[in-house]
Design a protein around this ligand. Structure first.
Ligand SMILES: C[S@@+](CC[C@H](N)C(=O)[O-])C[C@H]1O[C@@H](n2cnc3c(N)ncnc32)[C@H](O)[C@@H]1O
Length: 238
């Protein structure tokens, strides 16, 4: 099946592509239960679903998001002085101080995104793989409460990267993971998301960081100037 994620608007996906390409071959050949939290318009979900299909996996991909606005509000990259910003600030009430990156194309696109219903867009974008997808419009930690323990083979966090949110996600989702399964996520970056890095260091001894070229590092062997990367942990005991 041809990949189509490139046609879906979203943050640059090279880190998640590298992460998923690393993890998908490691998943067992059985009916997989996969959870992606923070899907926005479906760019990373589409990559994941097509690649799982192409690697002959039998799977159900649970896509969880609040989809309250067309914008990835905790994460969106935009220029506070950009042309879209005043418009956006009227639409969502957020604290932008932690938004680090300027992306002028996305800044322009935000005006267009603000007019969308993101869940309808997501559903429409996912049509080629919809038979393998379950859509859950619900907040992450509330969603975890509905998932039985030891159910998930892969859980990917790409929602709220602030410290308290990451701690909350880890506490809610870790018990849902089977032994052998993987918890993973995007944006391992001391510069952009120090709270995420701190939360991972506090909660886990063994985190693998993977850069966009697929190089992997342990927490105590990180290169000095590591660009924003992805991360994963394999569950070896409960
Ligand atoms: C960076 S975007 C996800 C990007 C997506 N993975 C992609 O490839 O396009 C973050 C998403 O997380 C969602 N989100 C933020 N906080 C959330 C929460 N507490 N529970 C569920 N979803 C949340 C936002 O609605 C937004 O769609």
């Amino acid at each position: 099946m041809e990949h189509f994620y490139q046609d879906i608007p979203g943050p640059q996906s090279h880190r998640l592509v590298s992460l998923y390409m690393h993890l998908i071959p490691k998943l067992p050949k059985k009916k997989l239960n996969i959870f992606e939290i923070g899907c926005w318009l479906g760019r990373s979900s589409a990559f994941l679903a097509v690649e799982l299909t192409n690697q002959d996996h039998n799977f159900l991909l649970h896509c969880i998001d609040i989809w309250t606005t067309a914008l990835p509000t905790q994460y969106v990259m935009f220029n506070p002085d950009g042309e879209a910003s005043n418009h956006i600030k009227q639409i969502i009430d957020q604290d932008y101080r932690y938004v680090p990156v300027v992306d002028r194309q996305l800044d322009k696109d935000l005006v267009r995104f603000a007019a969308m219903d993101p869940m309808i867009e997501f559903t429409s974008n996912m049509q080629p793989v919809i038979s393998n997808i379950k859509i859950h419009k619900i907040e992450s930690i509330k969603a975890a409460a509905f998932v039985p323990d030891n159910k998930a083979d892969l859980i990917c966090l790409d929602d709220d990267h602030r410290y308290e949110a990451v701690i909350g996600n880890i506490e809610a989702w870790w018990p849902k993971l089977q032994i052998g399964g993987y918890l993973c996520g995007d944006d391992f970056s001391m510069i952009n998301w120090p709270g995420l890095v701190r939360a991972l260091r506090e909660k886990f001894q063994h985190v693998t960081v993977i850069d966009l070229h697929g190089n992997t590092y342990s927490l105590d062997s990180l290169p000095r100037h590591l660009p924003s990367s992805a991360w994963f942990i394999q569950k070896t005991e409960s």
